[in-house]
Design a protein around this ligand. Structure first.
Ligand code: SF4
Length: 355
């Protein structure tokens, strides 16, 4: 992936612009108190904002400072936590408060590295506190950020894989503006949870749609990729869109491969010796090779597809029809194409051709 700094800048400006135009009032927004930010982050690890809010208020009201929390009996803290689940997190929260009160004089570490040493604080929470409270340019990467970056920049790394976290963190740290890291972190998470949502995001209203890879390539549903240990095979397909008058050559896909029963075009595949197509015998003329390369992701395969268009003279129509019959291809009239069941990759190609 080769992006210029100016493209990262344009992306962060747009995200910030969206955030400022779509404000959301949350009690921990706008505060630079590391205690309140830490509380909200630990609570939100468990739950959605709407469910977490009452817990946040309960904790802040009962324990306005880290000292109050540290001096509270553990039983009481666990009772307040009741209903959120993952009680080990409540215990960590409490023992972390005791550590900060007793060992750090009641003050939170002021750097990402220092925060990481606290019990129960991982890179995500440390980045959030460091950037919101202390203005350190450390990017947060949660599920929302994975999704936005994967879609916008077209990253196909499986987000469940071990290398994904490093890759996305490294990219996010290149993008994060040095002068407003906290606001940017809030903005991108908010953008992911409200605009670039997992299912059916409203791309038409999205200010990033003009430069978003997933939108441009019609891959919003496929990104981010989350595969969970299935080995992914990469395949390179070259399709021939063969036309003879107003009829096109189609192939019904057979069993033993993807898209069984759906229709696509004759193809050759780089990774697999495919039977040679006799286009020369039919005096086919190459009309054009389409420049656009298509990517399509299935659960266990990544497909790269290119297309070229061939025209067979009408005088060879009968010969072509006989060959199609023998080889399991089909001549389909242009008006009938709509009725064929086709894989999405082929539909995308046809849509680009206005069909
Ligand atoms: S265009 Fe769609 S997929 Fe791309 S960033 Fe916007 S909402 Fe997300």
């Amino acid at each position: 992936m080769n992006y210029k700094d100016s493209e990262f800048q344009a992306f962060s400006h747009q995200i910030l612009f969206w955030y400022r135009s779509n404000p959301r009032d949350l009690p921990w927004r706008g505060t630079q108190d590391p205690y309140k930010i830490w509380l909200s982050e630990i609570i939100l690890q468990q739950t959605r904002v709407a469910q977490g809010l009452p817990y946040y208020y309960k904790f802040v009201n009962q324990y306005p400072t880290v000292k109050d929390l540290a001096l509270a009996p553990q039983e009481e803290v666990l009772r307040l936590w009741q209903g959120l689940g993952y009680y080990s997190r409540a215990r960590n929260l409490h023992s972390c408060a005791i550590y900060i009160y007793k060992e750090l004089d009641g003050k939170f570490p002021t750097s990402y590295e220092g925060l990481l040493k606290l019990k129960g604080v991982g890179s995500y929470t440390a980045s959030a506190i460091a950037s919101f409270a202390f203005g350190e340019a450390k990017a947060v990467v949660d599920g929302n950020v994975f999704r936005v970056l994967a879609r916008y920049f077209g990253i196909e790394t499986d987000i469940a894989s071990s290398k994904a976290k490093k890759e996305f963190e490294s990219l996010a740290n290149k993008i994060i503006p040095q002068d407003e890291p906290g606001e940017f972190n809030q903005a991108i998470m908010d953008f992911g949870s409200r605009q670039c949502v997992p299912l059916n995001p409203d791309c038409e209203s999205c200010p990033l749609s003009g430069s978003c890879f997933a939108k441009q390539q019609n891959m919003v549903k496929e990104l981010p990729v989350k595969i969970n240990k299935v080995k992914v095979k990469e395949r390179n397909l070259h399709y021939y869109v063969v036309k003879c008058g107003n009829e096109w050559v189609w192939k019904k896909r057979t069993s033993g491969d993807i898209w069984e029963g759906l229709f696509d075009f004759p193809l050759s595949e780089k990774e697999k010796p495919t039977k040679a197509h006799p286009w020369e015998d039919f005096e086919a003329e190459e009309i054009q090779e389409y420049p656009k390369k298509y990517r399509h992701i299935l659960s266990h395969q990544k497909l790269n597809a290119t297309f070229s268009e061939l025209e067979i003279p009408q005088k060879n129509k009968e010969k072509l029809a006989a060959w199609c019959e023998e080889e399991g291809f089909l001549l389909v009239n242009e008006e009938q194409i709509d009725y064929l069941a086709k894989p999405k990759l082929i539909v995308n190609f046809l849509t680009d051709q206005g069909i």
